[in-house]
Design a protein around this ligand. Sequence first.
Ligand code: SF4
Ligand code: SF4
Length: 118
Amino acid sequence: MAWLVGYPREKINWHPTIDPEKCVKCGMCMNCGRNVYDWTEEGPVVARPNQCIVGCNTCANLCMGNAISFPEKETIREIYKREKIWSKVKKQLEEEGKIKTKQKSEEESGCCDGGCCS
Ligand code: SF4
Ligand code: SF4
């Protein structure tokens, strides 16, 4: 999983919180592709918080009642920096062929490093 590259999901505090006073029961949050919410007689509840994609806040952006909130993004940015997750994600994406660094593409193109490509 390139988002966390093995870092334990449960150690990252990133999931939606619903303010029931603001919720107008529009149902938009039930569109979450990660099945984070359940619908109850009282409206939506956050049933599986750790299935939320770290860094995603789409449901909050589209919530009709503006009732969904998330932690400050700095809390996850600090973890990504401390645990070197950004560089690990990049390495994995390179291995999967999803991104190419300039250095790698030069290697693949057989650059002789003779100054012709600079
Ligand atoms: S999107 Fe917001 S207002 Fe709509 S049901 Fe979900 S929490 Fe309530
Ligand atoms: S932030 Fe994204 S993944 Fe998380 S609950 Fe909302 S829509 Fe689902």
